[in-house]
Design a protein around this ligand. Structure first.
Ligand code: FES
Ligand code: FES
Length: 153
């Protein structure tokens, strides 16, 4: 099977996909974009979050074929050439990164939230990030990071 799609603004073609292959597998193993993490592979943790045609999805639950002709944006695609995205910077500055495994998914989900709700309440932040699990931080620093990113936007 062949997949043609745009990833982080660049047209990509991948050959030899097997039928059940996930978009997450394509991104990590075939396109060398390891930012999206594979933690549960069941749609439970959010560490694999990406945009698919502008919609936040768990890429482990998207069959690669569903991305045919679509635009995919990963955490790598949020950064500029020489500068991190403000959400990425806020996570670093707020100390919201420990082991970092959840961080890419949280950053994409936060980016999505702030694009829809520029000044979210704590309740809105918690609801938007409810699908992103973190084992390390206790979430407080993550909330701080989202508040910081929102304040700067
Ligand atoms: S790896 Fe996709 S939701 Fe956990
Ligand atoms: S920083 Fe380790 S899982 Fe979140």
């Amino acid at each position: 099977m062949r997949l043609s799609c745009t990833v982080n603004g660049v047209a990509r073609e991948v050959d030899g996909l097997w039928e059940g292959e996930s978009l997450l597998y394509v991104l990590r193993e075939r396109l060398q974009l390891p930012g999206s993490k594979n933690a549960c592979e069941q749609g439970e943790c959010g560490s694999c979050s990406v945009y698919l045609d502008g919609v936040l999805v768990c890429s482990c639950l998207v069959a690669a074929g569903q991305a045919e002709g679509c635009s995919v944006v990963t955490v790598e695609g949020l950064a500029g050439e020489e500068q991190l995205n403000p959400v990425q910077e806020a996570f670093l500055e707020a100390g919201a990164v420990q082991c970092g495994f959840c961080t890419p998914g949280l950053i994409v989900a936060t980016h999505d939230l702030l694009s829809r709700v520029p000044s979210p309440s704590d309740e809105q932040i918690r609801e938007a990030l409810a699908g992103n699990l973190c084992r390390c931080t206790g979430y407080e620093k993550i909330l701080d990071a989202v508040r910081l990113a929102a304040a700067r936007a």
